[in-house]
Ligand binder design. Structure first.
Ligand SMILES: Nc1nc2c(ncn2[C@@H]2O[C@H](COP(=O)(O)OP(=O)(O)OP(=O)(O)O)[C@@H](O)[C@H]2O)c(=O)[nH]1
Length: 297
């Protein structure tokens, strides 16, 4: 049994939706507790709404649910007519339960944050904050499935910096790192929200532009190339960028095919003098390919 559908359902709920859900669960718990009487243990079930709200809406909302759970528990005890030797004991118990719930919510919120940040680290390139190759592959696989289903084009592009080694050699490795960060910054500001940018390693970057046809991709990539050129000139770094881009009117078989085709275009740019872009169209295994459109710098 997998919890994925429940997880997907809960993660799509708004904070208000989760609060309503937890209120309903607590009300249900209160009724069950009242009907079952004081003998039957139900305490652990009060944790369910607290766990759900804390995990999907954060510690603040989890604390509110913890208060509500402690109050509902007190109410159920009152209804059952439990007798204590001192009048303050029910309130003491309520306080202890609240602290227990709060501790669970706190630990859970910490665990959640740690997991999220680990996931984030596993997806990103340390130096630039862009996606890493594993994440690029995962998203590209997903895009192939999506494009097959909805029959939409998408574009993939490979970027390789020109003369980057010269910066390392002449200004040092730290300046080289700064170049990579500046290029990443240009990429981040040139792309749209659904686009993905990854650093594949060294001075190589990959872009995935979902739902993007030839014209759309061409204008984004031209803008990006110009933005990188301008930024490099501002720092007097002798770096330009070579781009190979492929617009897939039909999805290819695999990520490898995307990489192979796009990489090949990028290397043709390198071989023909660098600092340029080749952009081609893939129309399917039997379809014809247009000649690559090159733009001179
Ligand atoms: N500063 C820095 N350099 C790196 C990093 N990763 C790889 N490199 C260096 O990047 C360089 C990449 O080599 P090339 O792509 O051949 O260099 P290039 O001068 O751009 O060559 P062309 O693409 O032919 O213009 C190598 O010298 C690597 O040592 C990094 O994270 N930081």
């Amino acid at each position: 049994m997998t919890l994925a559908p429940i997880d997907s359902f809960l993660s799509q709920r708004s904070k208000a939706g989760l609060l309503i859900l937890s209120t309903l669960l607590l009300a249900f718990m209160g009724v069950v507790d009242m009907l079952s009487g004081p003998e039957l243990a139900t305490s652990v079930f009060y944790l369910v709404p607290i766990i759900i709200v804390t995990w999907y809406a954060g510690f603040g909302m989890g604390s509110l649910t913890a208060v509500a759970a402690a109050l509902v528990w007190l109410g159920a005890e009152r209804y059952d007519g439990v007798v204590y030797s001192y009048a303050f004991i029910p309130y003491w118990n309520m306080g202890v339960r609240f602290i227990f719930f709060l501790l669970i919510a706190y630990l859970l919120a910490r665990l959640h944050d740690e997991l999220r940040s680990e996931e984030q680290l596993a997806r990103t390139d340390d130096l630039t904050g862009l996606a890493n190759p594993r994440q690029f592959r995962r998203e590209t696989e997903y895009e192939i499935h999506r494009a097959s289903r909805y029959n939409h084009p998408f574009t993939a592009a490979f970027l390789d910096l020109d003369n980057f080694k010269a910066v390392n050699d002449n200004f040092g490795h730290l300046v080289g790192d700064q170049v990579l960060r500046e290029v990443s910054d240009c990429i981040k500001t040139s792309l749209r929200r659904p686009d993905l940018a990854a650093r594949l390693g060294g001075d190589e970057f990959a872009l995935l532009l979902p739902e993007t046809d030839v014209e759309g991709a061409h204008s984004i990539l031209e803008r990006l190339q110009e933005s990188i050129r301008t930024r490099m000139r501002q720092h007097a770094w002798p770096v330009t960028v070579s781009i190979g881009a492929m617009t897939f009117m039909r999805p290819p078989e695999s990520v490898e095919e995307i990489v192979r085709r796009t990489d090949r275009l990028m290397y043709r740019v390198k071989a023909s003098g660098k600092n340029n872009m080749l952009h081609d169209i893939y129309r399917g295994p039997t379809g014809s390919m247009s000649g690559p459109a090159a733009r001179q710098p």
